[in-house]
Design a protein around this ligand. Structure first.
Ligand code: PLP
Length: 207
């Protein structure tokens, strides 16, 4: 680690709450699939923000869209909507190509998406007199309280217990599904390809 990286890491320890272990590098900028650290050293990025930066860094279409919107309008809260929000909702609905109506809920992260799905499931359960939500062994769904209660790994869960009750983790097998999918179940949470568990697809025929 160079002197500059070391002094930035000292700053990191002083000013930021270390919830995720020490960062491996101090990255200054990116382009396409390349990243550059504060010393100008370049790296081929095989991580892509854990597989979410699908367009790579500084993609011109994304930069243009963000710039245009930043020059037009930013946060307005949910008391109003915008033409852009409506257009994206409509586009997503079209992409689902479903006979059933599909409605979007916009949020900022995977954790929030799962937190919202958990709340929808819990509300459905309460309205329909059901008690159980199923989730799969080894899955990761995020770190807010609801998403964490769906997440399997004891090391992530235990420091924050007690977590919301009524979530049963079951093995990711068709036999366990058949055994546990009773009338009392309001929802089943799955990762179609389990990430943290080691990039494991669900068994054939499961979904
Ligand atoms: C399968 C899965 N679900 C949810 C999350 C949480 O998403 P986020 O980090 O955007 O909150 C992650 C993050 O790694 C994930 O891998």
């Amino acid at each position: 680690m160079t002197d500059m990286q070391k002094s930035l890491m000292d700053q990191y320890h002083q000013d930021l709450l270390g919830v995720f272990g020490d960062p491996g590098l101090v990255i200054e900028k990116g382009n396409g699939c390349l990243l550059e650290d504060v010393n100008g050293k370049r790296y081929l990025d095989l991580l892509a923000g854990i597989a979410v930066n699908a367009l790579g860094y500084v993609h011109p279409m994304r930069v243009k869209a963000v710039n245009e919107q930043a020059n037009r309008l930013a946060h307005i809260y949910n008391l109003f909507t915008t033409p852009q929000q409506l257009a994206l909702g409509n586009k997503l609905s079209e992409l689902f190509n479903s006979a059933e109506p599909v409605q979007a809920f916009f949020c900022n992260s995977g954790t929030e998406a799962n937190e919202a799905a958990y709340k929808l499931a819990r509300r459905f359960a309460n309205q329909h007199g059901k008690k159980t939500i199923l989730a799969l062994d080894h899955i990761f769904h995020g770190r807010t309280v609801g998403a964490l209660s769906l997440t399997w790994k004891p090391a992530y869960r235990e420091p924050f217990e007690p977590l919301p009750a009524g979530i049963n983790h079951i093995p990711a097998t068709i036999e366990a599904l058949e055994e546990n999918l009773t009338d009392d179940v309001a929802a089943l949470f799955v990762e179609p390809i389990q990430g943290e568990a080691g990039v494991l697809p669900l068994p054939g025929g499961y979904l």
